[in-house]
Design a protein. Structure first.
Length: 285
């Protein structure tokens, strides 16, 4: 595919389908997360090895790749639980707060500090979250596990983004993706064993959905998005990814009959508006 905009559009649609598949599949969030990463890894690893595209990282890069794989595995696992415990729409909106946590991570740990637009966007995103969940939830501290895990998913994803920036300066995206997914698969397998989550005994229809998650929502989606990132400006790609929440909510409304209230629409719009502000930079003259 030579058109990066078309690649980005298809990639966004692929990841937007994922919350719907998680809702449909009667499998624990941890088991679903493991198979998403394991199936994608099993599909790409032989291809990368046969084509000799797998680069060998140095010791420092290897350590950061390990952290990336663990953080991404945690992100998918807690996001799955958030989807199952709340709604596909709410979980997707909350995990899309990741750019805010990226900005905070840059402020505390990196020399390049966020600009004024970040703080303005963060303010609107927090206001939107209050509207989405309802001010009475914050006033009475009625946070459920779906809400908490949705926010936590965004935090894990932000950590993954910050660390992956360093790795992608050292090697090609396909090598990084392969290593990262391999680490995520191994990490999630250990987590499933610890919490005694099932690996087998699923119906053929469940296996087919797990396969679609791994190939469509992980491997194809992130390969297309990585290609678009190489060819387009990063801020445009990041801003475009925010449309995932809108696409997911529409699909959930059509296929899962999830109720979309005016309060959710307004809150979600404010969150996305706030996150969008963080990607705009003033042009130097």
């Amino acid at each position: 595919m030579k058109n990066p905009r078309l690649a980005l559009l298809i990639g966004i649609f692929c990841i937007s389908v994922f919350p719907i598949l998680v809702k449909w599949t009667p499998v624990s969030g941890l088991s679903s997360a493991f198979y998403r990463m394991a199936i994608a890894t099993a599909a790409v690893l032989p291809i990368v090895l046969l084509r000799k595209k797998l680069e060998k990282p140095n010791q420092k890069t290897t350590m950061i790749i390990l952290l990336c794989g663990i953080f991404f595995g945690c992100d998918i696992a807690v996001w799955n639980i958030a989807i199952q415990q709340s709604s596909a729409t709410q979980a997707t909106l909350l995990t899309n707060l990741a750019p805010i946590w990226v900005g905070l991570g840059m402020f505390f740990f990196l020399p390049n500090k966020p600009n004024r637009n970040f703080w303005i966007g963060a303010f609107f995103a927090v206001i939107g979250m209050v509207v989405l969940i309802g001010y009475e939830t914050f006033y009475q501290l009625k946070f459920d596990i779906g809400f908490a895990f949705g926010v936590l998913s965004g935090v894990f994803y932000a950590a993954y983004i910050l660390l992956s920036k360093y790795v992608l300066n050292q090697m090609q995206p396909i090598s990084f993706m392969t290593y990262s997914m391999l680490v995520s698969s191994m990490f999630l397998a250990i987590v499933c064993l610890i919490f005694e989550q099932p690996f087998f005994g699923f119906s053929p229809s469940v296996w087919s959905v797990l396969f679609v998650q791994g190939i469509l929502c992980q491997l194809i989606a992130w390969t297309l998005i990585s290609y678009a990132t190489q060819k387009m400006e990063a801020n445009r790609v990041s801003l475009s990814l925010l449309s995932q929440a809108l696409i997911t909510s529409i699909i959930a409304w059509v296929f899962l009959k999830e109720t979309i209230t005016i309060q959710m629409v307004i809150g979600g719009a404010i969150i996305l508006f706030g996150i969008g502000i963080t990607f705009f930079r003033k042009t130097e003259t």
